[in-house]
Write a protein of this length. Sequence first.
Length: 116
Amino acid sequence: VQLVESGGGLVQPGGSLRLSCAASGFTISSYRMSWYRQAPGKERELVATITSAGDSTNYADSVKGRFTISRDNAKNTVYLQMSSLKPEDTAVYYCNSPMVRASGYWGQGTQVTVSS
């Protein structure tokens, strides 16, 4: 099993980024997928979740209306479109599924820095 997050970077407040999470070793179409983030000195928090079919999503209150989670099961990839970024969105972003989390595995994450 492998999860490879990408798409992070340095962006100014109000800007946008699109994160990608490419999975291998398992087929994401069978699983609910989520994005998490961990800011320096803070615990990892759940940001967004999408059902296996992509027909339902949930978001943390802090990102609701600004972030959009989506998936392409044919590409075995999950996305996080982030808009109206704020400095408090600065964190390392990870994707995962309940099945993979149960094994204790996390990818390397992708750093998002929002700063002027």
